[in-house]
Design a protein around this ligand. Structure first.
Ligand code: A3P
Length: 347
């Protein structure tokens, strides 16, 4: 398979896919891209060219992250800064995944989806309202991204090389990074609680998957490098989760300048509170109370927490063994420090 981005795709086969299916009980087929080693569910192949050729508008803000770097938090911050600075917009009741759609999410949910699955998805009613003439099988989230009201705020975990080559010359991109050790711990939890992943392996094995580029989305180092190389572009703003945690007001103020939202100090302070971990966790859990058992492993969630797990910097210290720390430190030296990124590992 060849994609508009120039990448070749090949399905994982033999022992490689068998190992993935054994450790990730939710996985069926996975596709690996060359160059880049990006790794996706095979349904990526249905959407790759549509996403690459997506027509961005000058008012779009694309939030780009490697998974677990603070995407959801940033979606709420940016949507609120642009659409709800006084916290009085009734649209804030609409699920975040509709207000700030995840452009490639269809690859994570498609496959054997039935009409019944579609009808049960809380996002479907919004899709039917905003895309009455469209077929959901052509991509619920992709078409929600297209038809979203301006100014659109769009989420992606894809790297620059798989998105429109004119992205940065067309609209603004906010890239959020997080230290790889906390990313691993958070990604492990995510992969255990979400049945679509269904990770049943050990922590040490998960670390190995990470350093081998064998987790969904592939190499965090290359993802970050592609953004880092573009960091001087005036339409790219890079943020670190640790800085957002350490001083959210300062981080939001800088974001306000980049976005041109011109918020007052009071508005920014209110948004800091509104998007705090505690407030987002409470709202998130209220919004989808019955959503749990079909898509999530409720037993693990009861024990280890839900999607809003801890929201801290430095929790990796409670999970890493000296061996895994040494392995990841070496990976960081080769794949991040080598081109100039330095993370904070606690705040
Ligand atoms: P932890 O698993 O370390 O708690 P993403 O949205 O990219 O999937 O990232 C999820 C991580 O961001 C999770 O980290 C989650 O708890 C954390 N998070 C979500 N909302 C947050 C908020 N308002 N403030 C800080 N962290 C938040």
């Amino acid at each position: 398979m060849k994609f508009a981005s120039g990448h070749e795709g090949s399905l994982l086969a033999g022992a490689e896919i068998e190992k993935q299916r054994k450790d990730f009980e939710g996985y069926k087929d996975l596709v690996r891209l060359t160059p880049g080693r990006w790794l996706f569910p095979s349904a990526y192949t249905q959407y790759a060219d549509k996403i690459y050729n997506f027509e961005h508008k000058s008012s779009d803000v694309v939030i780009m992250t490697y998974p677990k770097c603070g995407t959801t938090w940033t979606q709420e911050i940016i949507w609120t800064m642009r659409n709800n600075p006084d916290l009085n917009n009734p649209k804030d009741q609409i699920p975040l995944m509709v207000r700030a759609p995840f452009i490639e999410a269809d690859m994570l949910v498609s496959g054997e989806q039935t009409e019944e699955d579609f009808a049960k998805n809380p996002v479907s009613q919004f899709f039917l309202k905003t895309c009455p003439d469209k077929n959901w099988r052509d991509g619920v989230y992709l078409q929600l991204s297209e038809t979203s009201e301006e100014p659109r705020t769009i989420k992606t975990h894809l790297p620059f090389s798989l998105l429109s080559p004119s992205l940065l010359d067309t609209c603004k991109v906010v890239y959020v990074a997080r230290n790889p050790k906390d990313v691993i711990v958070s990604y492990l939890h995510h992969s255990r609680i979400i049945k679509m992943h269904g990770y049943v392996g050990t922590f040490e094995d998960f670390v190995q998957y990470f350093v081998d580029d064998d987790l969904l989305y592939g190499p965090y180092g290359s993802h970050m490098k592609e953004a880092w190389e573009r960091r001087d572009h005036p339409n790219l703003y890079m943020m670190f989760y640790e800085d957002m945690k350490a001083d959210p007001y300062k981080a939001f103020k800088q974001l306000d300048v980049f976005l041109g939202t011109e918020l007052t100090e009071t508005q920014l302070q209110n948004i800091v509170k509104y998007t705090s971990f505690g407030e987002m966790k409470t709202r998130g859990e209220k919004q989808f109370p019955g959503d749990s058992s079909e898509h999530f492993n409720v037993d693990i969630m009861k024990k280890d927490g839900g999607f809003f797990r801890k929201g801290q910097s430095g929790d990796w210290k409670n999970k890493f063994t000296p061996e895994s720390e040494a392995k990841v430190d070496e990976w960081i030296r080769e794949n991040m420090t080598s081109f100039g990124v330095n993370f904070k590992y606690s705040i």
